[in-house]
Design a protein around this ligand. Structure first.
Ligand code: ZN
Length: 156
């Protein structure tokens, strides 16, 4: 999910009507049309999901809902919030070295911060041995497991 700050409009203080209530009442008189009843039941579920996910911070659910119910006539072809310079930017895949992976992210064992070396007194360290020689003091295996093997380099 994209990290987007939640956007809230002003608090609505005038009359409110329950959209799902309207549909539920309509369903009551539509029992002779099972397929339409089913569609309306799905709409109720999706509207409830819309509210639940949106207020949990998942703003992309609005776009999903609008597309699903064909309310997306004005939807841009491309995401307008992707910076233009990013679109044609050169990207590279970089294979991380053992040394880079050993300091990647916060260590779950010794709590060393991203970029800091692991504390060897907090548990056995995994080390890299090349031709019989230990070339790095090492890192806690759990930290190495979490570290990616490759990263995508993009200009900022
Ligand atoms: Zn550690």
């Amino acid at each position: 999910m994209l990290p987007i700050a939640m956007l809230l409009g002003p608090k609505h203080t005038r009359m409110r009507v329950s959209a799902t209530g309207i549909i539920r009442n309509t369903l009551g008189v539509l029992h002779k049309n099972p397929s339409l009843s089913w569609v309306l039941s799905e709409l109720i579920k999706h509207m409830e999901e819309l509210g639940q996910r949106f207020y949990s911070g998942d703003v992309l659910v609005v776009d999903e809902f609008l597309q699903l119910y064909a309310l997306d006539a004005n939807r841009p072809k491309e995401n307008p919030f992707v910076p233009l310079q990013r679109k044609n930017a050169i990207e590279r895949i970089h294979k991380l070295s053992f040394e880079e992976r050993a300091v990647w992210g916060d260590c779950p064992v010794c709590a060393a911060k991203d970029g800091e070396k692991c504390n060897p007194n907090a548990g056995l360290l995994a080390t890299l041995i090349v031709a019989g020689e230990t070339i790095y003091p090492g890192a806690h295996p759990a930290r190495l497991d979490r570290a990616p093997k490759t990263v995508r380099i993009v200009p900022v």
